[in-house]
Design a protein around this ligand. Structure first.
Ligand SMILES: [Zn+2]
Length: 72
């Protein structure tokens, strides 16, 4: 059962999360990114959405997902 479906490729895709206030860049697995960003902003920035996914990655990610869903 070691098949590599397109779904698992998306789950294993790492994205870059940046926080300009903390001056940090973090590589995170896609599936954990949004939870981690939220927790970081809650704990470090009183819930303000300062840490975000790198915009370049966002574009790339949108393309990958669109391709994966056969939209392109
Ligand atoms: Zn921060």
């Amino acid at each position: 059962m070691a098949t590599m479906s397109e779904e698992s490729m998306i789950e294993e895709h790492e994205i870059t999360v940046t926080c300009p206030a903390c001056d940090t860049e973090t590589q995170l697995p896609l599936e954990r990114a949004s939870e981690t960003i939220q927790r970081h902003n809650d704990r470090m920035h009183a819930g303000e959405a300062i840490a975000t996914v790198d915009p370049v990655i966002k574009d790339e990610l949108a393309r990958i997902i669109a391709e994966d869903l056969d939209l392109l």
